[in-house]
Write a protein that binds this ligand. Sequence first.
Ligand code: G3P
Ligand code: CA
Length: 343
Amino acid sequence: MKFLLALPLPLHLPALPRLASLALAFVCALAVTSPAARGQNGRMSTAQPPIVIAHRGASGYRPEHTLEAYRLAIEMGADFIEPDLVATRDGHLVARHEPNITLTTDVAQRPEFAARRTTKTIDGQQETGWFTTDFTLAELRTLRAVQPREYRSKQYDGQFGVPTLEEIIGLAQRESRARGRTIGIYPETKHPAWHRAEGLALEPPLLEALERAGWNRRESPVYVQSFEAGNLQWLRTRTPLRLVQLLPADAVVDFAAIAAYADAVGPDKQLVAGTRFIELAHAAGLAVHAWTFRNEPLHLAERYAGDPKAEYAEYFALGIDGVFSDFTDTAVAARAEFSAAGK
Ligand code: G3P
Ligand code: CA
């Protein structure tokens, strides 16, 4: 049986040039044969429940990408904490959603850095503000994180710094030992081709940091994710770590092509509900970790009637292998309820 999952090209994606260059401008047909390694509920392995990935930490409760946001997520039961990675001017990797730190730090209120305000074009998008690549790590350490979303509490603004990758790995490893359970990391390379062109490639320092931490084997509790295929393919030849191809809502997906270099796909959840996405990904041997689950009513479809756990339950029933959530506690509770219901 053939199935065609043909959706519009991701025109808004800054990473599109790399995606296209890697033949992700594909309309693809996938031969569906057997259920591969799927379990009875469609999950890749029924021995393991779906993983909960703390998206930017417990970012529903604390400023995103801070050690405190990650620590709270771990307390709440996250299996993985998710740092988005960008580079500093002196080549360190830090956790920020993008190189532009105007909205996620207090940099705009810091007169000593006023002259650093500039305009850059990153993956075709012109942006004005302050960028990590213009700051040394020592300078970035003087900044404080703030809550970028208007509808979330700003009570923790100004309290926490910008963490390095090494600090995040250290936190996960310390907490794993202290709690007697494994907490992994799920780093995303942000704008990797742009960083490489700036002379600040993300991948070598990422692999070096993981190597130093002893997380350099396939079974290490690490997934490396990216919207760009090029850096994942580069990584595939250099590390056995599990790799994840991220997919925007309007991606046109060739599961077989992705399975040649990745172990999982990270789709916008809109790609998954009401489609055969999970079935097809699993048939290609790819796990599915969807994003982003959020409690706030403005992020919930009407059919969940304001109940975020109803959304998780729907995706768990579909056989999802993992969820990225801003609200780790809700995701963990929803998973427990789903499991208790014997589903
Ligand atoms: O990393 C998974 C997904 O969250 C990608 O989106 O923009 O939150 O990094 P973003
Ligand atoms: Ca991310």
